[in-house]
Design a protein around this ligand. Structure first.
Ligand code: GAR
Length: 220
């Protein structure tokens, strides 16, 4: 049997990416075990999802801590106590301090709803629609001390249409998030990711150069 990678998932909200990871584990597409789900908000729906699958949960309210560093140290303490090897940020809406990033160097992943390095930060689906880009998508990356700027692991591209709203684009991107995040974690679990500077090498990568996308299409 493949080794099960011990992961901790950090959330702030709905937790659909957490759900995609749970589903991938249950479908045996992902060799991992969720040791803990931590939310900074007690009303995060992701906690309900976790409990439904009998996963351990913790609420760590950032408002009860004097500083970002003190909060992150409390996170590190929980993650270490649960013997977590890889930390998964799944809609965790907080900037991380060096306390957490240093403790889990190249062992924290984040998913971002844009094609980084375009559109880092918040409200990025709205910014993509307003900018008039023809493609957007999502990015799974390792977390470093910058905001949304760590080494990129996998990206998925979606078209942006003239009648898109922030909501319709976000929904199209979210579907792809649910496909690429479990895949990124599985690549890590298989030991196939090597970080060299800001580039992630994926061992045994299949190259497919048939997918050139044009939007609007060249014909029609
Ligand atoms: C996702 O779209 C994720 O990419 C985004 O928050 C949403 C969480 O949804 N994350 C960020 O914007 C991080 N900067 P979920 O709670 O349903 O997984």
């Amino acid at each position: 049997m493949a080794r099960e990678l011990p992961i901790g998932v950090l959330i702030s909200g709905s937790g659909t990416n957490l759900q995609a990871i749970i589903d991938a584990i249950e479908a045996k597409r992902l060799d991992a075990v969720i040791r803990v789900v931590i939310s900074n908000r007690e009303d995060a729906f992701g906690l309900v999802r976790a409990k439904k699958h009998n996963l351990p949960t913790e609420v760590l309210d950032h408002k009860k801590f004097p500083s970002r560093e003190a909060y992150d140290q409390a996170l590190v303490d929980i993650l270490r106590r649960r013997q977590v090897e890889l930390v998964i940020l799944a809609g965790f809406m907080r900037l991380l301090s060096p306390v957490l990033v240093g403790a889990y160097s190249n062992r924290i992943m984040n998913i971002h709803p844009a094609l980084l390095p375009s559109f880092p930060g918040l409200h990025v689906q709205k910014k993509a629609v307003e900018h008039g880009v023809r493609f957007s998508g999502c990015t799974v990356h390792f977390v470093n001390e910058g905001c949304d700027e760590g080494p990129i692991i996998i990206q998925a591209v979606v078209p942006v249409f003239p009648d898109d709203t922030e909501e319709s684009l976000a929904a199209r991107i979210l579907q792809e998030e649910h496909r690429i995040y479990p895949r990124a974690v599985q690549l890590y679990s298989e030991g196939r990711l090597r970080v060299a500077g800001r580039v992630v090498q994926v061992e045994g990568l299949a190259k497919d150069d048939s997918q050139v996308l044009t939007n609007p299409p060249l014909k029609g």
